[in-house]
Structure formats: structure tokens, C-alpha cells
Design a protein around this ligand. Structure first.
Ligand SMILES: Nc1nc2c(ncn2[C@@H]2O[C@H](COP(=O)(O)OP(=O)(O)O)[C@@H](O)[C@H]2O)c(=O)[nH]1
Ligand SMILES: [Mg+2]
Ligand SMILES: [Zn+2]
Length: 287
């Protein structure tokens, strides 16, 4: 019997199988090998259904929050209240691309301020951007289409409108919204477990850890790999004067030429430089 882990808590795992959700334990062998089953893992159960026998190969895995096999990361940004930091959005999109997760930017509160600035930053990035308008319902079907058949998670600062969006996508989700949930949220969110529920023909992971936007903790991207986490740089690889060009200050850099020509957004390039600098200063042994 196989299935996927919807939640792990206190040594118990809940595995959704064709026969329903089964509560089971993980075999001791995993701990010995330093392997921890996490939500999203596809697993094979023992014949009696009481134990996880095997973790099937993973597409990807995040440690904080603990989740495996993520297909789509919805990054929720509001036009205002709070005003988004493109640097943080770029760190999140890069973390997703690096882990083979499709990032999708969702823009909320487009009724309060124009989404133009954000749209312009990502227009050349190949990263899908979906502005949402709750008065007309614009954008909701596009989000549902991305959820269908996928395992997805939503991340974004507190107050950007994640819960409001989930309720609009599927009222059955009944998320608490607004000031009350934020006030209660602080302490509680840090201890809550990741949980996966089915909705819109796909699976949505409730990942408290993503909400705080700690992209730094999601994944450490080595500086040489960073360029690959910015999809709009790809057409220029191999066209720089020097092999191994870091696209920072080298002469004859094709990425910088594209920046000057307006084919790469300045905010995206600045994020690349800042993240490169940070990766350069990081010690190998730092977690
Ligand atoms: N005007 C406006 N307010 C919104 C929108 N989306 C969410 N809000 C409000 O923003 C506040 C925070 O929303 P919530 O969904 O709780 O944010 P979360 O912390 O990301 O889950 C609530 O008062 C919502 O009613 C939007 O598109 N337009
Ligand atoms: Mg919320
Ligand atoms: Zn270059």
C-alpha cells in the first residue's frame, strides 16, 4: 500500500492512501540513516498498514518548513499594506527555482494600489504573475488551474492576504482572516505542524514556516549556482567574454548588456548582486 504523508506529529504519521487516511509510525531504520519522513513524502506502508516501510524518491525536500515534493510555490505579495520588498520576493523565487519548484507570484490588494510596479519587475523574468481582484474574481481561476494536480504551498508576509485568498479559492477551507488571526498567530504558528489538504483538484500544504518569509532558511544557494535561479539570465549564458563570468563587474558581460538594454529588470539584477555578495561571505559550515 502506498500513499502520501499529510501530516507528521509526535512520532505519528498520517498517510493518505486509496483506502483513506492511515495513522502509522516510521520504521526505526529511518532514524538510523538520518532520514526523516515529512509531509508530502510518497511512502510505502507495511502490509498491516502500521508502519512506513519506505520513502519513495523525492523531487525535492525543504527542512524548514519540513515538506517534500513541492510542485508550486505561490508567493503572495500585496500592492500595499504591507508594501513588498522585491529583494525578499526574489529570494523566494530563487529558492523555488533552485529546488525545482515552480514559483508563481500572486498580487493581492490591487484594489488599494496599482500592481504596475510589481508587474514591471517580473515582466521579463518568465515567472508567472497573477494579479487578483476579488470584486470581479479576476485571477482566481488562473490560481485554481495551477493548483490542479499539484502539491502547492502559499508563502508571504503576515497580512498580505493569504487566508483571504484561500477562502476565495475554496470557501470550504474556512481560514481565519484579519487582525484577530494575526494576533493569535505569532506564537502558535511557530509550533504548528505542516499539514496537507486536498482542494481545487490538487493538494495545498499549510506551511506555517513559509508565512514568515525566511527565505534564507529555505535553501542556501551557492554563488556559482545563483545565476540559474534567475531564469531571465539563461538566454545570455555562454555569451559573456569570460568563461565563469559572475555577471558582476567583468567586461563584456552579456547579462549586464541585457540589463542595459532593458531586457532584465534592474530590481532583479540588484537582488542577484546582493544575494551573490551574501553567498560569498557565507562560511561553508554555516547551516
Ligand atoms: N482591500 C483589500 N484587503 C484585503 C485583500 N486581501 C486581504 N485583505 C485584508 O487584509 C487583511 C489581512 O488578510 P489575511 O488574509 O488575514 O492575511 P494573511 O495574514 O496573509 O493570512 C484582512 O483584513 C483582509 O481583509 C484585498 O485584496 N484587498
Ligand atoms: Mg492568515
Ligand atoms: Zn556575465
Amino acid at each position: 500500500m502506498t500513499g502520501y504523508i499529510t501530516k507528521g506529529i509526535g512520532g505519528f504519521y498520517y498517510v493518505r492512501t486509496a483506502a483513506g487516511v492511515v495513522e502509522c509510525r516510521a520504521r526505526g531504520i529511518f532514524r538510523k540513516r538520518g532520514l526523516t519522513p515529512v509531509a508530502g513524502d510518497n511512502v510505502r506502508l507495511s502490509a498491516d498498514g502500521a508502519a512506513i516501510e519506505e520513502i519513495l524518491p523525492r523531487k525535492n525536500v525543504f527542512i524548514r518548513p519540513p515538506i517534500a515534493n513541492l510542485d508550486v510555490l505561490f508567493i503572495v505579495a500585496s500592492t500595499t499594506q504591507p508594501v513588498p520588498s522585491t529583494r525578499i520576493l526574489d529570494e523566494l523565487t530563487a529558492a523555488a527555482v533552485y529546488q525545482d519548484v515552480q514559483p508563481v507570484l500572486l498580487i493581492t490588494k490591487s484594489d488599494l494600489a496599482a500592481a504596475d510596479r510589481l508587474l514591471a519587475c517580473y515582466a521579463k523574468s518568465t515567472i508567472p504573475v497573477i494579479p487578483l481582484h476579488y470584486d470581479t474574481g479576476e485571477g482566481l481561476d488562473a490560481v485554481r488551474a495551477r493548483i490542479r494536480g499539484s502539491l502547492c504551498a502559499f508563502c508571504g508576509n503576515s497580512g498580505v492576504g493569504k487566508s483571504t485568498l484561500l477562502n476565495a479559492l475554496d470557501p470550504a477551507l474556512r481560514r481565519e482572516t484579519g487582525a484577530i488571526s494575526q494576533k493569535l498567530g505569532r506564537g502558535r504558528h511557530t509550533t504548528r505542524e505542516v499539514e496537507i489538504f486536498e482542494s481545487c483538484g490538487g493538494r495545498i500544504a499549510d506551511t506555517p514556516g513559509f508565512a514568515s518569509l525566511e527565505a534564507q532558511k529555505l535553501v542556501r544557494i551557492p554563488k556559482e549556482e545563483l545565476q540559474h535561479a534567475f531564469p531571465e539570465f539563461a538566454p545570455y549564458f555562454g555569451r559573456c567574454r569570460f568563461t565563469g563570468c559572475s555577471h558582476r563587474s567583468e567586461a563584456g558581460c552579456a547579462v549586464r548588456a541585457a540589463l542595459d538594454a532593458g531586457d532584465i529588470a534592474p530590481s532583479r539584477y540588484e537582488s542577484y548582486l546582493a544575494m551573490y555578495e551574501e553567498a560569498s561571505q557565507r562560511k561553508e559550515w554555516e547551516p
